[in-house]
Write a protein that binds this ligand. Structure first.
Ligand code: 2RA
Length: 338
């Protein structure tokens, strides 16, 4: 039989991928409801060989839904997720709306599955750049504990959405044709550029995206003492976020010990043969659900320092697949009533 599933924001880059991943992973779907704004209503998405119509999201959309995956922005989640929960629907929300709410578990199944247990019907999917980092750092946190993380990200434009993917393409074409294409999604051209600006800037000089990595990491590891400093950068890549992560451990782990731990870590693939030019690449991570780690080396500038390069598909493991994996865990743990 299965579950009555809804995807909110079904026509967006992540929502679209949620539908694909539900099918790919054969999630037990009894019925699928696709919800989006009035503008998108009427479109169709294919699911298991059928064309499913996109319906307009309304306050009554969740009466016949057991679990809803949201990826339509924080304002839509703030308005409709509590409504869905009040109608008995469990919500896995990919937006930032509830991630830091103490009553809302913030979950990466390979990292903190236990956090799901006391959910109150709304569960938050972490930010894509946080997910791939905690998947890679989880074995080190468990082995010796983490004191401090310094991370710089190289985030693809798909993280912004479909319009940004189109903008990069148009600007590259414009460059080839010698025609300037003015920026509209970003404040500056993204083609052949790097923008150290993701989200708004806060009083402390960091961006919203940078503070998400600080706050979400502490919540997921349930460790408020971890020191995190992030610089998040938008780069002219279509899919896949890359991160240079420098971690100061509470105890000694040799590079070999780190490699052994990562080889065994759930959801991690080690790609670490620099002499053969083998290290994680966004082009290789695109379409995959694993988190790829390489360039592992000791940081001699600090005690117990390890540096690594982490890459993952931000639309899949960074959003859609992680959300479906949370849904699978809810089913497995009997935390979802059909
Ligand atoms: C981004 N992490 O990459 C944010 C939201 N997906 O833009």
């Amino acid at each position: 039989d299965g579950f009555r599933v809804a995807v909110v924001g079904a026509t967006g880059a992540v929502g679209n991928m949620m539908v694909r991943v539900l099918e790919e992973r054969n999630f037990p779907v009894k019925s699928l409801k696709l919800l989006a704004s009035a503008r998108s209503a009427g479109k169709t998405l294919s699911f298991r060989g059928e064309e499913v119509p996109v319906q307009e999201l309304t306050e009554d959309s969740f009466r016949d839904v057991d679990i809803a995956l949201f990826s339509a922005g924080a304002s839509v989640s703030r308005k409709f997720a509590p409504l869905a929960a009040s109608q008995g629907c469990v919500v896995v929300d990919n937006s930032s709306a509830f991630r830091m709410d103490p009553d809302v578990p913030l979950v990466v199944p390979e990292v903190n599955p236990q956090a799901l247990r006391n959910h109150k019907k709304i569960i938050a999917n972490p930010n894509c750049s946080t997910i791939q980092m905690v998947v890679a750092l989880k074995p080190l946190q468990d082995a010796v504990g983490i004191k401090r993380i310094v991370v710089t990200t190289f985030q693809s434009v798909s993280g912004t959405g479909k319009k940004a993917i189109f903008e990069l393409e148009q600007q590259v074409r414009g460059w080839v044709e010698g025609k300037a294409v003015p920026p509209s999604v970003y404040p500056h051209p993204i083609a052949f550029n790097c923008l150290p600006h993701i989200g708004s800037f806060l009083e402390n000089g960091f961006s919203e995206e940078e503070m998400k990595m600080v706050n979400e990491t502490r919540k997921i590891f349930e460790d408020p003492d971890i020191q995190v400093c992030a610089t998040t950068v938008r780069v002219p890549v279509f899919y896949g976020h890359s991160e240079s992560v420098n971690v100061e451990l509470k105890g000694l782990l040799t590079v070999e010990e780190v490699r052994r731990l990562l080889e065994k870590a759930p959801g991690v693939v080690l790609v670490d043969n620099p002499d053969r030019a083998e290290y994680p690449l966004p082009l290789n991570a695109e379409g995959r659900d694993e988190t790829f780690v390489g360039r592992i080396r000791k940081d001699p500038s600090v005690e117990n320092g390890i540096v690594m390069w982490i890459v993952a598909d931000n639309i899949r493991k960074g959003a859609a697949t992680n959300a479906v994996q949370i849904a699978e865990l809810l089913v497995k743990e009997g935390l979802l009533s059909g």
